[in-house]
Write a protein that binds this ligand. Structure first.
Ligand SMILES: *Cc1c(COP(=O)(O)O)cnc(C)c1O
Length: 390
C-alpha cells in the first residue's frame, strides 16, 4: 500500500490496475462473469484463497474502483456498492440485524428509510424508536437491552437539520451500539462520520456523488468485519451496482471536491438572499448563523452543503404558487445535480403523511426544499426572486 494521499488525489488517483492496452482512463468492464486459467485457479478463486473477480454480483473492476475511492475518502476500512441508496440501507439492516433486535433512529430520515422502520423491518420482529432532531438529550432513554443500531442522517432530508456526530458517537460507544450514518447530504468532502465513531457510513450515490443526475447508486463503507457481513448478505441477495453506473460514479468522484466548493458557495449566497426576502418566513441552511444547530454544523462540516429549506409565507397554496412561477430551476425529486432543483414536500414527496406526522419532521405547508446547482448564482437568485414576488 502506498501512503495515504490527500482527499482530492485519492478521488482521482485511486484506480484499477491498467490492462495490457495501457489506457489512461479506466475502461468499462461490461461483463457478467470472469474466466479462470484452469481447475485449480477456479477452485482457489472460489475458496477465496485468491483475490479474483468471479461474477459481477460479487465484484467487478469498476465497482471495486468506485468502492476503493469512497473507502479512501471516508477514511473507512472497506465497502460494498449497491444499485441504489435504499439497497445500501436495507442490506445494512438485513446483514447486521437479527429478529428481536431494536433500532434507535432520528425521526427525520429519508421517507423510504422510515418506511423500512415502520412497515418492513417489523415483519422480521425488528422494532424502532425515534428521537426528534431537537431531542438528542432523550436518546439514551430510548435505548433498550436489545438495541443494536443508532441511526441518523445529517443534515436531514428535507428539513436540513444538523445532528451532533460527536455526541452520537459517544452515546453509541457508551452503549455498545453500531452508529450508522446516512452521509448523503454532506458527502465525505464536507464531513467524515467515521472520525466521530460511525461504524457504517451510507450514501445514496445518486445524489452529489454522481452530481449530474444520470445514474442511481449506493454504497456502505465502514469497519471490515461489518462490511464482510454486508458483502455476504448482498452477494446472496443481489442488490449489486452495475459496472456502467460504477464507472460513471467513479469518474464523478474525481470532481467531487471542486463541485462541492461551488455548490456550497452558491448555496450560501442563495440562503443569505432568501433570509432577507419579505415573502420568506424562515430559512434553514447549516452555515447561516440563524440555523438552530449552526455551531454543530461549523464544528463537523467543512462547508454548509447545497440544500436549503425555507418557508414561503402563506402556507400550502403559496408553496404551490411559488413552484408554478419557477422558470429556470427544475421541479424534480432529485437533488445534488448541476441543475438547481425546487420541491414542495407537503404537496409531493410527503403528501401521504398526515399533517401531524409531517409537522413532526418539520415539514410545514409552505416548506420548500432547494438543491442549489452550479448555474451562475445570480440566475438562480433571479429565478427564485421572480417566483417569490409573483
Ligand atoms: C435519495 C436518498 C436516499 C435513497 O437513495 P436512492 O439512491 O434514491 O435509493 C437515502 N437517503 C437520503 C438522505 C437520500 O437523499
Amino acid at each position: 500500500m502506498q501512503d495515504k494521499k490527500n482527499f482530492e488525489t485519492e478521488a482521482i488517483r485511486t484506480q484499477t490496475e491498467r490492462t495490457e492496452y495501457s489506457e489512461h482512463s479506466t475502461p468499462l468492464f461490461v461483463t457478467s462473469s470472469f474466466v479462470f486459467d484452469d481447475a485449480e485457479d477456479m477452485r482457489a478463486s472460489f475458496a477465496e484463497e485468491k483475490q479474483k473477480n468471479l461474477y459481477s454480483r460479487f465484484s467487478n473492476p469498476n465497482t471495486t474502483e468506485f468502492v476503493d475511492k469512497v473507502v479512501a475518502m471516508e477514511g473507512a476500512e472497506s465497502g460494498y456498492a449497491f444499485a441504489t441508496g435504499m439497497a445500501a440501507i436495507f442490506s445494512t439492516f438485513g446483514a447486521l440485524l437479527n429478529s428481536g433486535d431494536h433500532i434507535v433512529s432520528c425521526r427525520s430520515v429519508f421517507g423510504s428509510t422510515h418506511t423500512l422502520f415502520t412497515k418492513y423491518l417489523p415483519k422480521w420482529n425488528i422494532e424502532s424508536s425515534y428521537f426528534k432532531v431537537n431531542e438528542v438529550d432523550k436518546i439514551e432513554n430510548l435505548i433498550q437491552p436489545n438495541t443494536k443500531i443508532l441511526y441518523a442522517e445529517t443534515p436531514t432530508n428535507p428539513g436540513v437539520d444538523v445532528l451532533d456526530l460527536e455526541l452520537l458517537g459517544k452515546i453509541a460507544k457508551k452503549h455498545n451500539l453500531l452508529l450508522v450514518i446516512d452521509n448523503c447530504f454532506a458527502t465525505p468532502y464536507l464531513q467524515q462520520p467515521i472520525k466521530f465513531g460511525a461504524a457504517i457510513v451510507i450514501h445514496s450515490a445518486t445524489k452529489l456523488m454522481d452530481g449530474q443526475g444520470r445514474v442511481l447508486g449506493g454504497i456502505a463503507v465502514g469497519k471490515s468485519e461489518l462490511i464482510q457481513e454486508i458483502y455476504l448478505f448482498s452477494r446472496n441477495t443481489g442488490p449489486a451496482l452495475s459496472p456502467f453506473n460504477a464507472w460513471v460514479l467513479s469518474k464523478s468522484l474525481e470532481t467531487l471536491a471542486v463541485r462541492l466548493e461551488k455548490h456550497c458557495e452558491n448555496a450560501l449566497k442563495v440562503a443569505e438572499f432568501l433570509e432577507g426576502h419579505p415573502k420568506v418566513n424562515w430559512v434553514k441552511y447549516p452555515f447561516l448563523k440563524s440555523h438552530p444547530q449552526y455551531k454543530i454544523a461549523k464544528k463537523q462540516m467543512k462547508l454548509g452543503g447545497n440544500i436549503i429549506a425555507f418557508e414561503v409565507k402563506g402556507g400550502i397554496d403559496a408553496g404551490r404558487k411559488f413552484l408554478n412561477h419557477i422558470k429556470m430551476c427544475s421541479l424534480s425529486a432529485n437533488l445534488g445535480d448541476t441543475r438547481s432543483i425546487v420541491t414542495h414536500p407537503a404537496s409531493t414527496t410527503h403528501s401521504k403523511l398526515s399533517e401531524v406526522d409531517r409537522l413532526e419532521v418539520g415539514i410545514t405547508d409552505g416548506l420548500v426544499r432547494t438543491s442549489i446547482g452550479l448555474e451562475h448564482v445570480n440566475d438562480i437568485i433571479n429565478d427564485l426572486n421572480l417566483a417569490l414576488n409573483a
